[in-house]
Each structure stands twice: as C-alpha cells, then as structure tokens.
Design a protein around this ligand. Structure first.
Ligand SMILES: [Ca+2]
Length: 175
C-alpha cells in the first residue's frame, strides 16, 4: 500500500468513526460526569431495583419500613469516577421519593463531609434534584462517590456531576 493510499484509508476510517460517534449521540463533555449508582459496590440494606422508568433500567435504594421511624437505614453505594477538568462540581441526582419520611440520602465524595441530598420536592415520581448549599471541589483524576442510606424507601437512579461553569439542567431519563 502506498503512503498516499494509507493516508486515504486512515482518513476514511476517521470519518466513519466520527459518524458512528455522532450517531450514538455521544457528546464528549469534560465538564460532565454521568454515574449510574447501580454499577457501584453495594452494602446492605442498599440494593439494586429494576425499573423500566430508570436510566439503564435500574436504580438503587432501600425498601420502606426496614428501620423504626426516625432511625437512619444505613447502607452504602460506592462508585469510582474520573474527573477530566478540575473545579467545583454541582451534584444532580435523579430520585424518586416515597414520602416525606423517605426523601433523602447522604452524599459524600472521597473523605469529604456527608451532605444531605433531598428533603425537598416532589414525591412519587422520578425527578432530577440538585444538591443545594454545597459544591464539590474536585481535582482531575479518580475520586469515589458514596451514597449513604438515610431515610428508607428513597430511590436513586442516576447522578450527574456538572462543573459549575456548565449551567445545564438535567432532564429526562438519561439527563
Ligand atoms: Ca440507573
């Protein structure tokens, strides 16, 4: 194969790859991190539930009434993720709250403070909620996200971490 022809073939391959990439709807965004909690390492009573309405067909959470009212249910989901662009990140979670006694989790990144996610908003339907009052300062590289059980009956489908310069508001199943 001549050098010229090799270049032509390589060019064609790149074009095909790019077209396939675009057709998949994959948009490379170094300021957005998508996390499916059901892919993480689970500690009981946190478990994976199947749901057609959930991104990837699955979500995590606990059953209802597994602990007396007012007591935290515990359990953990641990997921590692990679940050490409360092900075302050906003936490978004697609959750379905059971009732006002089943509408929160704790969110923690690495060895940071545990933050309450939830305690607000619509119950009984999948919806994107933003963690208010805190952003996570993340360096480029690998980090660990922990979702800790707080109120039983709460479900979490998907997490998106958005760089504070990215003003996007997640919508729908995939966000
Ligand atoms: Ca999911």
């Amino acid at each position: 194969m001549t050098h010229h022809r090799t270049l032509k073939v390589l060019g064609l391959l790149s074009a095909v790859c790019l077209a396939a990439f675009l057709a998949m709807g994959v948009v490379a965004d170094s300021k957005r991190i998508d996390i499916e909690p059901e892919t993480g390492l689970l500690k009981a009573p946190m478990k994976v539930y199947k749901s057609d309405a959930a991104s990837g067909g699955k979500c995590v959470g606990t059953a209802d009434k597994i602990v007396p009212q007012g007591q935290e249910c515990g359990g953990t989901v641990k997921v590692t993720f990679t940050v490409a662009t360092s900075g302050n990140y906003i936490f978004w979670g697609r959750a379905k709250w059971l009732d006002d006694c089943g509408d929160s989790f704790y969110v923690q990144i690495d060895e940071g403070q545990k933050r309450v996610f939830g305690e607000h908003g619509t119950e009984g339907q999948w919806k994107w909620f933003k963690l208010t009052g805190a952003k996570f300062n993340l360096s480029a590289g690998t980090h660990t996200l922990y979702i800790h059980g707080r109120e039983d009956g709460a479900l979490l489908d998907k997490v998106i971490l958005l760089h504070e310069s990215n003003g996007y508001v997640p919508q729908g199943k995939s966000g």
